[in-house]
Design a protein around this ligand. Structure first.
Ligand code: 4NP
Length: 149
């Protein structure tokens, strides 16, 4: 049986698309692609239908990962039934999902939870922020795979 994982940030154009792409690469490298269903979404609707931020596409490409085909969507109530694990990039994203999460079966938690840490929103900052996000989701993704297998 496959494990369905959803990464959630605010816009679904910067952090969670990178987390989705990096976790997919980690799972592929481990030969475990058939054991996972992987997706991402945003708590906000501003960017629905848009590709990831060019800076996220660029940092992923620099590390050999193509996320350019992703399109943003907003998290919805049925996600909390369809996904086994829903991972918030920061505490605000986690709080925003609480009302919907109450009625679902999914485990909903902070992505980086030991110790609890936000993946900082890089949207209004410089390019260094995107490399920081990449390093955080790479380390967190590896730990997630260890936790789930
Ligand atoms: P993300 O970054 O949540 O990592 O996708 C953001 C993208 C867009 C906005 C905020 C954060 N925005 O305000 O439009």
């Amino acid at each position: 049986m496959s494990h369905a994982v959803l990464f959630v940030c605010l816009g679904n154009i910067c952090r969670s698309p990178l987390a989705e792409g990096v976790f997919r690469a980690i799972v592929d490298e481990a030969g475990l692609a058939d054991r996972f269903a992987i997706d991402s979404a945003g708590t906000g609707a501003w960017h629905v239908g848009n590709p990831p931020d060019p800076r996220s596409i660029e940092i992923a490409a620099k590390h050999g990962i193509d996320i350019s085909g992703q399109r943003a969507r907003q998290v919805e109530a049925r996600d909390f039934e369809r996904f086994d694990t829903i991972l918030a990039m920061d505490h605000n994203n986690l709080s925003s999902m609480k009302p919907m999460a109450r009625h679902g079966t999914a485990t909903v938690r902070l992505f980086l939870n030991a110790p609890a840490q936000d993946v900082p929103d890089p949207y209004y900052g410089g390019p260094d922020g995107f490399e920081d996000v990449y390093q955080l989701v790479r380390a967190g993704g590896q730990k997630l795979l260890d936790d789930l297998t």
